[in-house]
Design a protein around this ligand. Structure first.
Ligand code: UT7
Length: 350
């Protein structure tokens, strides 16, 4: 039965190529909060310097959301989604699925995705969140892409959205200088052509969870210069140096596996869009894959680490800058708390 679904026979019984259905990215969008928090301002909050942050991370500034500006996670996500839907020419009411990768939903429940569904009036869509640390967007992309491949879903919205500022310990200089807020979204439709999301490869290892997690062990104060209405009883704890080494090896290994799966190498990639955790991590991974930095999209200097939102924001900016053409191979790679990691190979459609 399954076999007959996968293999297509003509009336005479002659073998035909199997018809592969994949998700194709037809629209991208992103929204970032208005408030810019510079390294210079952080010098007034913790014992740090613009020079240290730039040299060790590549970050110059980041965006911080505020409730007063209607910049909750689902607000940012819905705004990014509207831009992606408009680009793709897909009406919200035709969406079958909305998946949000996030670790900072508006509330513990319901999901950020349900708030997005309400805001978009996407009444037909099933909506849910995926929690996979900074890898949330690629995990969500994998879920939606697989749903399209099985035929259970046609049009899907995949979002990465975060307000890390609400779980940041603003007394901890080793983490607060890294993080920022924002959202990015892509719209998927089915294709039987040779383009689309060729495959997404994922990995997890819970035995390293203590390298990066949210804790409720202490409370923290929000600095006066930040207009964050209310703190959450969790904040981020990280063992940055050990995480750095795991990030480089996991990212490079999964990217190689994903490329080899399609008989590709780094030289076939038109653009790598990596998770923006640290410029030095990105450079080390690019070197291992023999991808020159002019084929690697970075915006970490403007936004810092926005967790699940970083890849879809970067992909949208690259797309709107005209860096992606039909037929280009694009490599998305991610790594985050869990530990989780992943890589997607996309043949671009535009
Ligand atoms: O997105 C999820 C995945 N995230 C990651 O993979 C992040 C991975 N880790 C990193 O990006 C880097 O490890 C950090 C940027 C977090 C830290 O950079 P590092 O080069 O690994 O620095 P370090 O932790 O080894 O610290 C070096 C020094 C320490 O001082 P001592 O002990 O050498 O005197 C830190 O206390 O830098 C100090 N330091 C700072 N100094 C000024 C740590 N944070 C700061 C700071 N400003 N903000």
């Amino acid at each position: 039965m399954l076999f007959s679904l996968l293999i297509n026979f003509s009336n005479k019984g002659a073998y035909k190529e199997p018809i592969m259905i994949k998700g194709r990215i037809v629209g991208t969008g992103s929204t970032i909060p208005k408030r810019i928090l510079t390294n210079k301002e952080l010098e007034n909050i913790v014992d740090t310097s613009d020079e240290w942050i730039m040299r060790r991370t590549g970050i110059k500034e980041r965006r911080i959301s505020s409730d007063g500006q209607r910049e909750e996670t689902s607000d940012l996500a819905a705004s990014a989604s509207l831009k992606a839907l408009e680009m793709g020419g897909i009406p919200a009411e035709t969406l079958d699925m909305i998946v949000v990768g996030t670790v900072t939903p508006d509330r513990q429940f319901p999901s950020a995705a349900c708030f997005v569904q309400k805001a978009l009036k996407a009444s037909k869509a099933v909506a849910f969140d995926v929690s996979a640390g900074c890898s949330g967007f690629l995990y969500a992309l994998s879920v939606a892409g697989n749903a399209i491949s099985t035929g259970s879903c046609k049009n899907a919205l995949v979002i990465g959205a975060e307000r890390l500022s609400t779980i940041t310990n603003w007394k901890d200089r080793s983490t607060c200088v890294l993080l920022g807020d924002g959202a990015g979204a892509v719209v998927l439709t089915p294709t039987t052509d040779h383009d689309g999301i060729l495959s997404t490869h994922l990995g997890s290892d819970g035995s390293y969870w203590k390298l990066l997690y949210a804790s409720s062990e202490e409370t923290y104060e929000i600095p006066e210069i930040l207009d964050i209405a209310e703190g959450k009883p969790f904040y981020i704890k990280m063992e940055g140096n050990r995480l750095f080494k795991k990030a480089v090896s996991c990212l490079a290994d999964i990217a190689v596996s994903a490329l080899e799966h399609h008989d590709l190498s780094g030289s076939d990639i038109k653009l790598m869009v990596p998770h923006q955790a640290n410029l030095r991590i990105i450079q080390a991974v690019a070197e291992k894959l023999s991808i020159p930095m002019d084929k690697v999209y970075t915006n970490i200097h403007k936004y810092g680490n926005t967790s699940s939102a970083s890849i879809p924001i970067a992909l949208d900016e690259a797309n709107r800058e005209g860096l992606l053409k039909a037929g280009d191979y694009v490599l998305l790679v991610t790594f985050g708390a869990g530990l989780t990691w992943g890589a997607s190979v996309v043949k671009w459609y535009s």
